[in-house]
Design a protein around this ligand. Structure first.
Ligand code: HH2
Length: 288
């Protein structure tokens, strides 16, 4: 994201530089039912080799998730989520240099994943899913992604409505960031995310991407996760999520140009190459 000062995302024992290069978070779904790639990486071996591949392709962060949050989904039992993610987090942390994030809203899963080496908690409920999350992140000094969602995955796509989607998402993220700060989370450890596809129509998603600069004015690094999502299918006519790569590249290049510091994608290699060009074009606008 263009900026006049060097910005960093503070993690335990290190920090990730933001600015000149848009960082890529590669999704590693250790699930049977993710909308995008459900079942492909459910076994430990498949998940680890996918994570290592994404790391080699240029992911700065590997986002390990053991519970799908696709529209209509029910929560995953705690024990099952723990069984899926912990060995994968541990092995990826040991075998590659990328930061590891845990995609969960459960403090118990986050705590165990942090003990296994996770550097970031990616919470799609922005701490509304578990009252213990803010204190855990403050105590562990991990990075914390706060994402906006309207309702719950079970119901979020049933006629989502806003008076002003950009203003409401911005207000929510600001409020949740203040809750995190009050709990003792470092300001430089917080990332905000509009939550593309989480309780949003096609128009809501487009409006949020178009208005990323407004969310950037909150003062936190921004993450954009549009990879393979339904709105891309609607615009391109691609029904299968795995065929939505070109739309995914388009959404994230534009997102980077509009201020996203981190993009969360399933296809790291093509997005990395596209971002190398986009970031080079934007580099003259960056002092860092
Ligand atoms: N999107 C998904 C999952 N986690 N986290 C953040 N911060 N932002 C996002 O946009 C986001 C996210 C959905 O993608 P995927 O993991 O592929 O699907 P599923 O939830 O079905 O596992």
């Amino acid at each position: 994201m263009p900026s006049l000062v060097t910005r960093r995302l503070r993690l335990p024992g290190r920090s990730l530089k933001l600015g000149r290069a848009t960082l890529i978070m590669g999704a590693v779904n250790v699930t049977p039912d993710s909308f995008s790639d459900g079942g492909r990486f459910l076994s430990h071996e498949a998940a680890v080799s996918q994570g290592l591949r994404l790391c080699q392709e240029g992911a700065a962060i590997l986002d390990v998730g053991g519970a799908s949050t696709r529209p209509g989904s029910d929560p995953t039992p705690l024990a099952e989520e723990l069984d899926r993610v912990l060995p994968v987090v541990r092995e990826l942390k040991a075998r590659c240099g990328a930061a590891v994030s845990i995609d969960t809203y459960k403090a118990e899963v986050a705590e165990a994943a942090i003990a296994a080496g996770a550097d970031i908690v990616n919470d799609v409920t922005a701490m509304n899913g578990d009252p213990g999350m803010a204190a855990l992140c403050a105590k562990s000094r991990v990075g914390l992604v706060l994402m906006h969602m309207l309702g719950t995955p079970r119901t979020m796509q049933q006629d989502p409505r806003y008076e002003d989607v950009v203003a409401e998402v911005a207000r929510f993220l600001d409020t949740q960031a203040n809750v995190a700060l009050a709990a003792g989370v470092d300001a430089q450890a917080i990332v905000v995310d509009p939550g593309i596809g989480f309780g949003k129509t096609l128009e809501h998603n487009l409006e949020l991407i178009r208005n990323l600069p407004a969310l950037g004015r909150l003062g936190y690094p921004m993450l954009l996760g549009a990879s393979r999502k339904a709105f891309i299918g609607k615009l391109t006519g691609r029904e299968l999520p795995a065929e939505r790569l070109w739309g995914t590249v388009g959404a994230h290049l534009l997102g980077a140009a509009l201020g996203a510091d981190i993009v969360r994608v399933h296809d790291v290699a093509p997005v990395k190459e596209a971002l190398l060009v986009a970031d080079a074009v934007m580099a003259a606008r960056v002092a860092a």
